[in-house]
Every structure is written in C-alpha cells, then in structure tokens.
Design a protein around this ligand. Structure first.
Ligand code: GTQ
Length: 350
C-alpha cells in the first residue's frame, strides 16, 4: 500500500532515523521492499564474449608474462555490471586461460572448486590427486575444492580453455583459503586414465567413496563420449521444446551433480530449432562448443559462434535459435540453490 506523508511527518521520521545511526540501528520499513522483492531481478547483465575478440588478446598475454610469473595466465570475463569484481554472473567466476607450449602453471589448492571447458590446443594436461589427464577440445575437466592442481602444455600450440570457479559464492561466505604446493608440479602416483576407468566405465570400486568428498571422482569427462551420447540420445526420443536434448554431467557415486557448488550440463539444439522460453533462478554461463545461432536473454538478442561465452543472469527468460546443430556447454549455481531449497524454473508454453 502507498502511504503519502506530509513534510512535517517526513522530517520527524528522518530526525528519528538520524538518532538510530549512532546505535548502529536502522528502520526496516524504509528498505523492506528492496530486501524482499516480489521476484528476483538479477543485477548481472546478459552478456556475450566473442572468442574472436578474446583469442588474439589472450595469446598476446602469453608474450607479456610467463605462466609461472602469472601463476594462472587468465583473462577474467567480467560481467559489465560488475567491473573489477571478477564475476561473470552474480555468484560465478569465469576466465580464459592460456598455457604456451612447454609452460607449467604451478601447483596450488584452494577452497573454491574449479571446472574447465577445453577450447584449443592438443597436449595440455592438468594434474589432480596424483593423476594427470590430457585435455582435448570439449573436455569437461574438474578440480575439486582443496585438491592440489597444476597444469602444463607439452604440445606445440597454445592451449586455451574456459575456467569456471565458484569464488564469488565462497567469498560471500568468507571461506576462501589457498595454499601453494611445495613444488611446481605435484607428484604423479597413478597412470593416466585411472579415474575414468575406475569410476567412469559403468563400474565402481566395491568399497570406498569418491576420492574427493562431495565432488565426482571422474575429473575428465571427454568430449568424444559426451558428443556421442548427445547425438544418440537426440535420435531416441522427441526433443524437449525448451531444452533440446540436454544431459547433465553426473557424479557416478550418487547420480547427482558433479560438484557440490556448480552444476554442469550440455545441450544439443538441432539445426533450425527455436526453443521455447524458459527461466530459472540460477545464473548460467554457457560456452558454445559447436554451431551458431542466437540466444535471447531477457530483451537482449545475442548471436554466437563456436567458443563464445555467454552469461545468462538468473530469472531472465531465455531461448535459442539454432542456424546449425549447436552443442552448448553450461554451468551454473543451480546445485547450491537446490540444496538450499529454493531453486525453481518456469517454462513458457511452447
Ligand atoms: O587454474 O587454478 O581462472 O586458481 C582462477 C584461479 C584458474 C586455476 C583461474 C585459479 C585457476
């Protein structure tokens, strides 16, 4: 209800508010509507970073300083609503990392979890938990919270990937810790492919849980398998009008999401499909693996090409128009919201 007040009343109230301040008190009724809006309105902006713009700059950064010097040589994807805050959405960090041939990014660990979506180059690897994995185009690679990780490039071309971290979320809880390893590279104790064989073959060790607590023990979901699964699944059933064919990356231990704070999934939208509008409370970062088209987010229409990155703020209507078959990698804060009990989505009638 709208109450109008005269000048005398207003100034009497203001005088009261001024006397509250020295006591570190404030009147709720002046801020309550902003605090409890009828529905979310994200402060983040819908945004697209073109790979075509990023690539020359991230490669140029390679001649400016070494990966060792930088620790991580990354161009941060800053949501234009949050300059200087290292946030791509309200709760998630994203960046484009490059490792030049022969370089290594030294081992460290932190409480924020990280994921990678591989964009370019052959011969790059990451090491986690005493095991290395080679990273190829489209691979979804995971660094669990508080696990030591170092990266390197043994190929002959620059290796470039998208990083996603939950840093803004963990920073909100003021629970960020980090630590360096006592060497540039961690000790390798297991052969490459051990984790995928042990946990990602439809088989599981008879006893014991994940090596990484709440995070999936598979730390590379290879694109080759993902792509094949998507295409096969798209032929087996009618395509969902809102989601195309969407499969989520799963933790084999419990069938849940792969990480405790970030959900990841992948979508195939067939050529010429126009998806029906959907909105959800999670803020999403998308990376185009294949194809081109447009995405409408709120009232913004963004065209995209392979390797572009798109920020989709929470509770904004979104829909795709695919000019070719599109494969889109997505991650968001959905799993955190689900655990807190308030994730929701809304689908417009197709
Ligand atoms: O690769 O460990 O983009 O620690 C930001 C922080 C990447 C990493 C980032 C990191 C990393």
């Amino acid at each position: 209800m709208q109450h109008s007040v005269d000048e005398t009343t207003r100034s009497k109230r203001q005088e009261f508010y001024d006397r509250l301040k020295p006591h570190d008190l404030a009147p709720l009724w002046e801020v309550m509507k902003g605090m409890l809006p009828p529905e979310p309105s994200s402060k983040a902006l819908p945004h697209r970073w073109r790979y075509q713009d990023i690539r020359p700059l991230v490669i140029e950064s390679g001649s400016l300083l070494t990966a060792e010097e930088a620790e991580r040589r990354v161009l941060v994807l800053e949501n234009p609503a949050f300059p200087g805050q290292s946030r791509a959405t309200s709760t998630l960090y994203a960046g484009i990392q490059v490792i030049m041939p022969g370089e290594t990014a030294p081992a460290h660990r932190h409480t924020p979890s990280a994921l990678r979506f591989m964009l370019e180059g052959e011969g790059a690897y990451t090491a986690v938990g005493g095991e290395r994995t080679k990273m190829s185009f489209g691979d979804f690679v995971i660094t669990p919270a508080w696990a030591y990780h170092d990266h390197g490039n043994e190929g002959s071309d620059p290796a470039v990937w998208l990083d996603g971290l939950d840093v803004p979320m963990i920073a909100f809880f003021e629970a960020v810790f980090r630590e360096d390893y006592n060497d540039d590279r961690q000790e390798i104790m297991r052969p490459e492919g051990d984790s995928l064989a042990r946990f990602g073959s439809g088989l599981l060790p008879l006893s014991g849980g994940s090596r990484y607590g709440l995070t999936t023990p598979i730390f590379n979901y290879p694109y080759e398998r993902t792509r094949e699964a998507l295409y096969k699944a798209s032929r087996g059933e009618a395509v969902d009008p809102h989601l195309g064919t969407t499969l989520r990356y799963a933790n084999p231990m419990d069938g849940g999401w792969t990480m405790p704070t970030m959900s990841a999934w992948v979508t195939l939208i067939p050529r010429d499909m126009e998806t029906a509008r959907i909105r959800s409370t999670d803020g999403i970062i998308m990376c185009i693996a294949e194809g081109s088209g447009t995405i409408t987010v709120g009232d913004k229409v963004l065209d995209f090409s392979p390797r572009d990155v798109i920020a989709v703020p929470g509770w904004k209507w979104r829909s795709f128009k695919a000019s070719e078959d599109c494969v889109v990698f997505c991650f968001s804060d959905r799993v955190a919201q689900e655990k807190l009990g308030y994730f929701c989505e809304d689908r417009a009638r197709p």
